[in-house]
Write a protein that binds this ligand. Structure first.
Ligand code: BYC
Length: 312
């Protein structure tokens, strides 16, 4: 029976159709999806913190409104993604517990500090830019609820990226001090942005299986290269220098060569020892504890509605 179900699963995946929540799926497929989607959801939620740091200090009402909308979008992305894990049988409360106890990961990028307002623009340009390169192929991932969530998320991410680039263009047209702020932010965020794509393919424990199941559609290195190639002309147009002396066009490969990423730093950050790792988790834990009364009130209200419906 299982062999027959597995054959049907393989056929659906191979035919570029979608696996849906009630379909049979291998345990490993379900586990991998819960792991990746939960990490993705956690990244969106933790990812609200670095930029939220600037909401109260945005330099104008317009910038504040844009930033508020962006951070709210990230909360929404987290919620779609948690909902996608629930279709696989995961429990949201359990996932949050695993996050705050350090038993589940989130993207390394959000463990770096946002030191000046240009960081908001650079996060939009580079971090959301990297997110788009990574996430557009996930609109074709084999699990239906994840693929559909990604379509909406990618539309919003592309707005995020444009707002970042527009902010940076404005600052680059400003004073010398503003241009220095932009360059400083680019210098600090460039390498961590390249790390977002994950370890090199040779060290990526999950890629081969995830590609076979068509959860991932490209390898980490393929997407990282695509991001570099896409970003170099954008940096030129902006008038900033990417902080890599080895970055240059390679006509034979038809791609840019770039310097070695500091993988020791990457694994340190992934292991919970990034510059802001403790602060991010502590903040998330406090927000979760502070929100307990809202969850209790919502649950009490839902119970009362069910009781009323039972009486009616
Ligand atoms: N940070 O075998 P690999 C956003 C872990 S949200 C931390 O290649 P995989 C945004 C990996 O989990 C951005 N950990 O893994 C939000 C694995 O450990 P486990 C988030 C990382 O899953 C707000 C181990 O290293 N995007 O853009 O095949 C504001 C070996 O790696 C990282 C997503 O989550 C990392 N950077 O590939 C603005 C997208 N990289 O789990 C923006 C969905 C790797 O075996 N996720 N690890 O213990 C993916 O596409 C894939 O999960 C990854 C990693 C490409 C990230």
């Amino acid at each position: 029976m299982d062999a027959e179900l597995e054959r049907e699963f393989d056929r659906v995946v191979g035919a570029e159709q979608r696996i849906e929540p009630r379909d049979w799926m291998p345990d490993g497929y379900r586990k991998t999806l819960i792991r990746q989607i939960a990490q993705h959801a956690h990244s969106e939620i933790i990812g609200m913190q670095p930029e939220a740091n600037w909401i109260s200090r945005a330099p104008s009402l317009r910038r504040k409104a844009i930033l508020l909308a962006k951070v709210q979008d990230e909360a929404g992305h987290g919620l779609y993604l948690y909902a996608a894990t629930e279709t696989l049988g995961a429990d949201r409360e359990d996932l949050t517990r695993k996050l705050v106890e350090g038993r589940q990961k989130y993207s390394s990028i959000f463990n770096y500090p946002t030191l000046n307002f240009a960081d908001v623009g650079v996060i939009g340009w580079l971090v959301d830019g990297a997110a788009i390169v990574n996430q557009v192929p996930l609109c074709r991932t084999s699990y239906g609820p994840y693929a559909r969530a990604m379509i909406r998320i990618c539309k919003e991410e592309s707005f995020h990226q444009r707002q970042g680039y527009e902010l940076l263009m404005t600052m680059m047209r400003g004073t010398e001090a503003q241009r220095r702020m932009v360059q400083d932010a680019v210098d600090r965020w460039w390498w961590p942005s390249l790390m977002m794509f994950g370890p090199p393919d040779a060290e990526s424990s999950n890629t081969a299986q995830s590609m076979a199941w068509r959860i991932k559609r490209h390898t980490n290195d393929e997407l990282r290269q695509k991001f570099v190639d896409m970003t170099v002309p954008q940096a030129d147009a902006l008038g900033v220098t990417l902080p890599d002396p080895e970055l240059r066009w390679n006509a034979d490969r038809g791609h840019h060569d770039f310097g070695e990423i500091d993988w020791t730093e990457f694994w340190q950050v992934v292991g919970g020892n990034g510059p802001c790792s403790r602060q991010r988790i502590e903040h998330r834990r406090a927000a979760h504890d502070d929100g307990a009364w809202v969850r209790e009130a919502a649950a009490a209200y839902a119970h009362r509605q069910t009781d009323r419906e039972a009486i009616a």
